[in-house]
Design a protein around this ligand. Structure first.
Ligand SMILES: [Mn+2]
Length: 263
């Protein structure tokens, strides 16, 4: 970013530092799930996880947007929450997770972009259950700095100068990316192609904007393959830098079976 920074630099995120110590450097980073629970279960099988544990000590990481749009939001939340709270997985917050958290806390939010599906499933929960989910979502960091700074996971991406930084600007970019201020014909904010300007040393793994194939650019990779739109749920294996995927709506191809997550 341009412009002088006034005063002392913002503090490093505590999560970013402590979590890096617990994993041994081999991660499977999973793209936007959006309630595609069945696909997630199949992908975990494909990756060799049993109950969230990998026999080679690999560590699961979720790139955020666990909720909204898809058919099984609650099952997805419960599964990932059980992994995260028992120390079997890491996850960063996506913009959808943050908005659902605000709804769970009784805030007024616009019911758009698939939030209606989450509400349909979660509105029957007790106040205690809602609070538990809200606390889980609220406890997720917006970025993870892993492998001694060589790997960064943030839902919508993160410029180098915001990595490891706990500030409003860092949280905004990690959750929403970089809006240009323009809107699409559908009224959605136009997102700047931040990866095109990225010059950082860390590999940034992100999602947020569905792409048909993993998109590698300037030491970044977008692994949101649009599972909920009939694409695939993907995992980036790190440090191998290979992608494992399960397709949402195909049957009989090499890496996939059928799934009901194809809307
Ligand atoms: Mn998103």
């Amino acid at each position: 970013m341009k412009g002088g920074r006034r005063g002392p630099p913002p503090p490093l995120m505590p999560q970013a530092r402590s979590i890096a110590l617990e994993c041994h450097g081999c991660f499977d980073i999973i793209g936007d799930v959006h309630g595609c629970h069945d696909l997630l279960v199949r992908l975990l099988e494909e990756l060799g996880y049993h109950e969230g544990v990998h026999e080679q000590g690999r560590c699961l990481v979720f790139v955020g947007d666990l909720v909204d749009r898809g058919p099984e939001v609650l099952a997805t939340l419960r599964l990932v929450r059980s992994f995260v709270e028992s120390g079997r997985a890491l996850a960063v917050m996506g913009n959808h997770d943050d908005k659902l958290r605000r709804w769970l806390m009784g805030r007024r939010v616009q019911v758009t972009h698939g939030l209606d599906r989450s509400i349909a499933e979660l509105s029957g929960l007790t106040a205690v259950e809602r609070q538990g989910l809200a606390e889980f979502l609220g406890g997720l960091p917006t970025q993870l700095v892993l492998d001694e700074g060589r790997l960064v996971v943030a839902h919508a991406g993160l410029y180098e100068e915001l990595q490891g930084v706990d500030s409003g600007a860092a949280r905004r970019m990690a959750l929403y990316g970089v809006p240009t201020g323009e809107k699409t014909v559908e009224g959605l904010p136009v997102r700047r192609d931040w990866a095109a300007d990225y010059r950082g040393r860390a590999l940034v793994v992100y999602g947020h904007t569905p792409v048909p194939e993993p998109r590698w650019l300037n030491n970044t990779v977008n692994i949101d393959l649009g599972a909920v739109y009939g694409g695939a749920l993907a995992a980036l294996r790190y440090p191998e830098r290979t992608v494992v995927r399960v397709a949402a709506n195909s049957s009989g191809s090499a890496d996939s079976g059928s799934s009901r997550c194809n809307r």
